[in-house]
Design a protein around this ligand. Structure first.
Ligand SMILES: Cc1ncc(COP(=O)(O)O)c(C=O)c1O
Length: 358
């Protein structure tokens, strides 16, 4: 009855929702530092836009996201026809797999990295080729060695989730240039807005040079709209036109569209989130150093720290104290946890709890 490949796919394991932990453990207060959301949530502008949008909820949304697309195209300096929106950038990974992969084709990705690249490849009957990270970073030399005539997509998560490491400008540029033009290169920049480092490349700048390049971005992270599900891809008009053929007609809801418009205009809120994240990372690093714990320096809003103990056990103990983090077992890093930066008080409570459970 079921396709054989379905049995090889593990369901996505999300960070535990706050409501579930409260219910299961009978806790009143729970701090979630597990899914790389912005702890400030959306801005006041966004909340106002939500209220204003309530009168339109009975209508189907604009499937083309016209107003948002025009605004975003202007901001990014690309044509509106170079953008497609998804119910999260996650949904767009499915579109990408479905327009490029025939059964037996392969796609190349790092391991550990964002797990959806593997899943969407398998769903299409494709073969995920997973290249181990080197020094917690994409090993693009190995990527290049694994390209063959069945390779259709290369996924580069920059910065990488879960390690927070980046591929720097020159290296990324040379790699993309070396990839045959009939293979799609996807650069997932979900955490791009957190980064100021001049060595970090925004791959959007290369879209005119590389017609096989697709850049993924999202409103779920710094913009604080994770629950509304909206992300986007920027690519050549040809690729976007093909992606639109497989996109469900009303995939991005109206509230997501109006809030994304409001969020785009909200530079102050973004700056605030960025500063908070920077401070939080510094606090985590300092605390980990005091505790003699090794961590991987991160360009995102999360950090992997090595507890030198079974991380699932520590995860469970932290949960009992009302703190949700991500154990590293699912990333083949069984002694690490990944912790998202939170509000100042949340970060302090996490460190206090971590000291206790260790
Ligand atoms: C690297 C990366 N890409 C994509 C996503 C998915 O984001 P979205 O909420 O836009 O589907 C995430 C979410 O954690 C992520 O870490």
């Amino acid at each position: 009855m079921f396709r054989e490949v379905i049995n090889t796919i593990s369901p996505y394991i999300p960070g535990k929702p706050i409501s579930e932990v409260k219910r299961e453990l009978g806790l009143e207060k729970v701090i979630k530092l597990a899914s790389n959301e912005n702890p400030l949530g959306p801005s006041e502008n966004v909340k106002k836009a939500i209220k204003e949008s309530l009168s339109d909820l009975g209508f189907y949304p604009d499937g083309n996201c016209t107003e948002l697309k025009l605004k975003l195209a202007k901001k990014l300096n690309v044509k509106p026809t170079q953008i497609i929106f998804g119910a999260g950038s996650d949904e767009i990974t499915q579109f990408i797999a479905s327009i490029f992969l025939n059964p037996g084709d392969n796609s190349i990705m790092a391991r550990p990295s964002f797990p959806r690249y593997e899943t969407v490849t398998k769903v299409m009957g494709g073969l995920p080729v997973e290249i181990p990270l080197k020094n917690h970073t994409h090993d693009l030399d190995e990527f290049a060695k694994h390209i063959n005539e069945r390779t259709k997509i290369i996924w580069i998560c920059n910065p990488n989730n879960p390690t927070g490491t980046i591929v720097k400008k020159d290296e990324l540029y040379s790699f993309i240039k070396s990839v045959p033009s009939e293979i799609a290169v996807v650069v997932d920049q979900a955490y791009r807005e957190y980064i100021d480092d001049p060595e970090y490349p925004d791959a959007t700048q290369w879209l005119y040079e590389f017609k096989n390049l697709i850049v993924l971005q999202t409103f779920s992270k710094i913009y604080g709209l994770a629950s509304l599900r909206i992300g986007y891809a920027i690519a050549s008009e040809e690729i976007i036109e093909k992606l639109n053929r497989v996109r469900p007609p009303f995939n991005v809801n109206h509230m997501a569209q109006v809030t994304a418009i409001a969020a785009l205009e909200d530079t102050e809120h973004i700056q605030k989130a960025k500063e908070l994240n920077k401070k939080s990372l510094e606090f985590f690093y300092k605390s980990f150093e005091e505790m003699n714990l090794q961590y991987i320096e991160s360009y995102g809003n999360f950090v992997m720290v090595d507890l030198k103990k079974d991380a699932v056990e520590i995860f469970k103990k932290l949960l009992l104290k009302g703190i949700i983090v991500r154990p590293g077992d699912i990333f083949d890093m069984p002694t690490y946890i990944r912790v998202t930066t939170g509000l100042e008080s949340d970060n302090m409570e996490f460190i206090k709890a971590l000291k206790e459970v260790l």
